[in-house]
Design a protein around this ligand. Structure first.
Ligand code: NAD
Length: 508
């Protein structure tokens, strides 16, 4: 890889659309969406949003605080208590969600460009991943809106009457999301909440809030009633914390770091015991056995660590490979890494964009440096790329040990740590290596022997096990064990978090 790669890829994919978008963002007034109206935040304060590929400012957003959160929660409460949304026939909520999906799909090119500019990811990865996944999730939940049901068990007592239970919308939902997949995270949570009949206050990540604002505008266009969808932009410690502390929020659906998840849990305990869905960090293991398809595995493993520049909660960042095939796998992986074209996410032909911020890049560098100091070796990368923006080289670290920071901490950068296991290690021993982590979000397994595969599926402590390749799927439950959080998203399993059960005993 050389510096020319990035220069080649510095041209916006669609120059005219890009210029239009930049101009429109530059003049967009910073505003919150509260009760169906875009309005300034109480303090008038704003935050800058940067293009991570250049460090240049692209927009200003409102810096909402606790007063704004109060107004937004009050609007969501009114819409829930008095408004039509929770009481609509479910088929009408479904129709509104299908209409929202259609509206987003009509603007998918604009959304892809906006997300590439704001979050830095390559257009190809957004078109292949976030957009179709987000739309599938939204349509899947639109379908679920008409299928939410309680049960009527047989009556246990002799007394005449009927026992049953209802599933009701849980109420006002706070949606707090990270910057690494802003469009997808907001859409998945919003879809579940709205399908269930809840009203919401969204607090998107301050580093990449722009797609959430556009989704909010489209909610208005498709006729979702005022107050059902509110958006308060702002920082985590102010707007996010105010939502976590708020006594009138019934559920907080959070995706982000384990550390912030812990503080949200504490705030929920201190305030009103609000319910929580916590999708937190990961340090996902990748296990490669000698009988795996090495060509396919090498491409997929490298592709995944380059996807979103490794800023992906389920990214396989700890590779355990059977010793006899280590060299063969590493050779293929280096070739795959050398083929990655680095450039602005919105640039023509770019495979991998920048990291989100200088701070994140410095944090990753500190972990890499610490581990290099302890004896790890960089076969590829190991450093930031010079020049504007927050680019980091795809990195392959060998000679690592399970105790090094690089093997324990979520790095959220395109950095892959390689460790070998003995050829005669049992599946139980390999699983123990993989399970030696506070996290348990996703585990990836490359092997053909069904006995090994089945035994490892049983032993891996992980919310998800992916065998021989594959990415996210909107209809399959997603979430973690251990400090990767709790609760699951997607499908009817995810939907249940947005409902509350009411048992009824009806005597005649
Ligand atoms: P973060 O935890 O710093 O921030 C996430 C959101 O929480 C942001 O909107 C932020 O403003 C807000 N926030 C920050 N402090 C807060 C506080 N005290 N109270 C309430 N809200 C607060 O995470 P990030 O850096 O934006 O995203 C990266 C993290 O997200 C990684 O750890 C990654 O693994 C995780 N993530 C997890 C999943 C998953 O599904 N498990 C998916 C994507 C990202």
């Amino acid at each position: 890889m050389n510096d020319d790669n990035r220069d080649i890829a510095a041209m916006p994919d669609n120059g005219e659309a890009f210029a239009r978008l930049r101009a429109q963002l530059a003049t967009q007034a910073p505003a919150l969406l509260i009760d169906g109206r875009w309005q300034a935040c109480a303090s008038g304060a704003t935050l800058e949003v940067d293009d991570p590929a250049t460090g240049e400012r692209i927009a200003r957003i409102a810096a909402g605080d606790a007063d704004d959160v109060d107004r937004a929660v009050a609007a969501a409460r009114r819409a829930f208590r008095d408004g039509p949304w929770p009481r609509l026939p479910p088929s009408r909520r479904a129709a509104a969600l299908f209409a929202l999906a259609d509206a987003i799909e009509r603007e998918q090119d604009e959304f892809a460009l906006l997300e590439a500019l704001d979050a830095g990811h390559s257009l190809a990865s957004i078109r292949r991943g976030d957009l179709p996944l987000g739309l599938r999730s939204l349509r899947d939940y639109a379908g679920w809106a008409t299928k939410i049901a309680g049960e009527v068990p047989m009556r246990a007592s002799e007394q005449a009457g009927m026992d049953y239970f209802l599933r009701e919308p849980i109420g006002v939902v706070a949606i707090v999301t990270p910057w690494n997949a802003p469009f997808l995270m907001v859409l998945q949570k919003l879809a579940a909440a709205l399908a269930a009949g809840c009203t919401v206050v969204i607090k998107p990540a301050e580093l990449a809030p722009l797609s959430a604002l556009r989704i909010g505008e489209l909610c208005r266009h498709v006729g979702i009633p005022d107050g059902v969808v509110n958006i308060v932009t702002g920082t985590g410690p102010t707007a996010g914390q105010a939502l976590a502390e708020h006594a009138d929020v019934d559920l907080i659906s959070f995706t982000g770091s384990t550390q912030v998840g812990q503080s949200i849990m504490a705030a929920a305990a201190r305030s009103n015991l609000k319910r929580m869905v916590l999708e937190l960090g990961g340090k996902s293991p990748v296990l490669v056995f000698a009988d795996a398809d090495l060509d396919k595995a090498a491409r997929a493993i490298v592709g995944e660590i380059a996807f979103k520049s490794g800023q992906y909660c389920a990214a396989g960042s700890r590779l355990f490979v059977q010793r006899s095939i280590q060299d063969a796998l590493l050779e293929r992986m280096q070739a795959a890494m050398d083929g990655i074209r680095i450039g602005a996410g919105y640039a023509q032909g770019s495979d991998m964009g920048p990291m989100i911020s200088q701070r994140q890049r410095e944090r990753a560098q500190a972990i890499v440096d610490h581990s290099l100091g302890e004896g790890a070796q960089a076969l590829r990368g190991g450093r930031a790329r010079p020049g504007p923006g927050y680019f980091y080289e795809p990195t392959l670290l060998t000679q690592a040990t399970p105790k090094m920071r690089i093997a324990r901490e979520e790095i959220f950068a395109p950095v892959l740590t390689v460790m070998a296991f003995d050829d005669d290690a049992t599946p139980a021993q390999v699983a123990a290596l993989a399970n030696d982590s506070h996290y348990g979000l996703s585990a990836k397994l490359w092997a053909r022997d069904l006995g090994t595969v089945h035994e490892l599926i049983g032993r891996l402590q992980s919310g998800q096990v992916i065998v021989n390749g594959g990415g996210g799927e909107a209809t399959l439950p997603f979430g973690g064990v251990k400090q990767s959080g709790y609760g699951r998203e997607n499908g009817h399993v995810g939907l249940s978090a947005y409902t509350e059960i009411k048992a009824v005993r009806l005597g005649y």
